[in-house]
Design a binder for this molecule. Structure first.
Ligand code: GTP
Length: 598
């Protein structure tokens, strides 16, 4: 039976442990193309793409492998995104598999993302095949790392395969192991359709392309299907697999991983994790694990040039077509004018969107400091969710404030335990646990407020551990904290876009830091500008930006025209990301500075 010959698997790894390189080697042995060639081919195939009108994303490819038993197997290799912001997508991609190759660097050993990925794989009952990669390195210690895999993850060390993806060592063993140990899919092809969406993307020619795994039943073109979470119905136009070329199929059935096109206009109608079923003969229960993606981090996006407001709206609408996690709504700031409050999965997601708006749509942005979502109980018994610090009600109206917390795991060599704990304490962390991975590496676990890590936690962690720390986190829920809103006043005027939520115990220090920082960042104006931090009516910190003394051009001694022009251009460049707030010119960096601690 065909289904016995199907193997669905992913490769999971900490960053740089060799996932892409191994995928390349696997592709070389199972398809005519390497990943690089696939990418090139995709570029070459642009015309074809236009003709056929389909976008190819290398996240689920069908491969064929002739095993030592003489049989031909069908592999579906499913790619997973590599960042904690996209943990839910990773978990759904893994849910589409029966097994995962767990790559561990033979010199580095287990790192934070190795563990985070293992947890996700275990949640989805995957068969995990450990592979110790980079055994060619002089610093490789495969025996030590095997022991670590056994001690920390609990997989028998004898099950570890040794490989060098770079030199092509051990690849055949890995492929045979996939055949032998990854279970074939199982399910009833006659049952009502249950297919899980693990990714989707918007294609301008064909509408949304849904990536899905058939868990039960069979789907064919022409059939009417229904998305169980949204209730939306569509007619299937085309189904198929990527090899990596899109190849149309007559049907997709149990165990198959492929694509579906069904005149879907918006990716929010094909949500990751949702179950696809037949409209007329639906399955009774959707697949478990569906979760609506909720943005965790919010910030305000404002055009530097107010004329770009409509362009910014259009840009956000376009990006939203392809990004179900992106949220936005119009917002007005007294300081910044008309803009949008946008919600993101995390800081990386936020940076990607900002960058795309600036690059692809050519709009200069002012972005306010990212904020998490606070749950606020008011004294009148009501409760509100606040994603913009400026909207936090006055302290006397607030009964209590809860903020999102994460469980964070940090792995470091012994020597850095001190600095890591110091940092976690400074970021209001609660110590949970510390475990030795081996004689000189430690896994430190803390519960931390999300607000303290969204901004510069990882950078600070890296610099205070000379780059040796690896870090991962997951959300664990809300906890009450003694938080207050701190306002910033420039020239006596409250600037809503600079308000920030801080802990009472550190409010004075933070206030002092922020006003000093703003003094550095805001250029001198024609007049003296007092910078103040206040809680309620009370001013808790103050500094002053002195008035500008002389014209910059005075430096040029009148003579050299080209130098003068250069200086003016430079000034203009610097001005690009400035915003007139009241009558003070404020640069972009100032809005972020309210979050930095030093
Ligand atoms: P991201 O794509 O950044 O998540 O990393 P990755 O896990 O896909 O790692 P990638 O395959 O890009 O490899 C990271 C680096 O390790 C590259 O410079 C590779 O050339 C190198 N590398 C991968 N496998 C091996 C190996 O077996 N031996 C040695 N010496 N280097 C390797």
């Amino acid at each position: 039976q065909r289904r016995d010959k199907i193997r669905n698997f992913s490769i999971i790894a900490h960053i740089d442990h060799g996932k892409s390189t191994l995928a390349d080697r696997i592709l070389e042995k199972t398809s005519a193309l390497t990943q690089r060639e696939m990418k090139n081919q995709m570029l070459d195939a642009m015309d074809l793409e236009r003709e056929r009108g389909i976008t190819i994303k290398l996240n689920a490819v069908q491969l064929t492998y002739k095993a030592n038993d003489g049989e031909e197997y069908i592999f579906h290799l499913i790619d997973t995104p590599g960042h904690v912001d996209f943990a839910y997508e990773v978990s759904r991609s893994l849910a589409a598999c029966e097994g995962a190759l767990l790559i561990v660097d033979a010199a580095q050993g287990i790192e934070a993302q190795t563990l985070a990925n293992v947890y996700l794989a275990l949640d989805n009952d995957l068969e995990i095949l450990p592979v110790i990669n980079k055994i060619d390195l002089p610093s490789a210690e495969p025996d030590r790392v095997k022991q670590e895999v056994e001690d920390v993850i609990g997989l028998p060390m004898d099950d570890c395969l040794l490989a060098s993806a770079k030199n092509g060592i051990g690849i055949d063993d890995i492929l045979e192991s996939v055949v032998k140990h990854v279970p074939a899919p199982d399910g009833d092809p006659e049952a009502p359709l249950k297919a899980m969406i693990f990714d989707s993307l918007y294609d301008p020619y064909r509408g949304v392309i849904v990536y899905m795994r058939i868990v039960e039943g069979t789907v064919k073109p022409g059939e009417k299907i229904k998305m169980m979470a949204t209730g939306k119905e569509f007619e299937v136009q085309e189904i198929g697999v990527f090899t990596p070329k899109p190849v149309s199929k007559e049907e997709l059935t149990v165990g198959d991983v492929g694509f579906m096109i069904a005149s879907i206009k918006n990716v929010s109608d094909s949500r990751v994790g949702d179950t696809v079923t037949h409209a007329e003969t639906p399955t009774a229960e959707p697949l478990p694990g569906y979760r609506r993606l909720n943005p965790m981090v919010f910030c305000g996006l404002y055009p530097v040039d107010t004329n770009d407001y409509n362009g910014l709206r259009e840009a956000l609408e376009k990006l939203e077509l392809n990004d179900a996690a992106l949220q936005f709504e119009a917002e007005t700031s007294q300081a910044l004018g008309f803009g949008f409050r946008c919600g993101f999965l995390g800081l990386l997601h936020m940076e990607i969107i900002q960058e795309r708006i600036e690059r692809e749509f050519d709009i200069d942005l002012i972005t306010t400091a990212p904020s998490v979502v606070y749950e606020v109980q008011l004294t009148d018994g009501e409760s509100v969710r606040i994603d913009n610090p400026a909207e936090m009600p006055d302290a006397q109206k607030v009964e209590s404030v809860q903020e999102p917390y994460v469980k964070a795991e940090v792995m470091v060599p012994n020597d850095f335990v001190g600095p890591v704990m110091e940092l976690c304490q400074k970021k209001r962390g609660d110590y949970v646990d510390m475990k030795y991975l081996d004689a000189n590496r430690v896994n430190i676990v803390y519960e931390l407020p999300l607000s303290e890590i969204v901004y510069d936690f990882f950078d600070t962690l890296k610099s205070s551990t000379k780059g040796y720390a690896s870090f991962d986190y997951e959300l664990i829920g809300y906890k009450e904290s003694r938080l207050v809103k701190m306002d910033i006043l420039l020239n006596g005027e409250k600037i809503d876009a600079l308000s920030v939520i801080v802990h009472r115990d550190t409010a004075y220090d933070r206030g002092k830091n922020i006003v000093e920082k703003l003094k550095e960042l805001i250029p001198r104006q024609q007049f003296e500008v007092p910078v103040q931090a206040s809680i309620g009516q009370k001013i808790i910190a103050r500094s002053t930006i002195k008035a500008m003394r002389k014209n910059v051009l005075a430096k040029c001694y009148g003579g050299d025209i080209s130098r003068k022009r250069k200086l003016l251009e430079k000034q203009k460049e610097g001005k690009k990301r400035m915003k007139n707030v009241g009558n003070v010119e404020v640069p972009q960096e100032a809005f972020m500075s309210v979050l930095s601690m030093d």
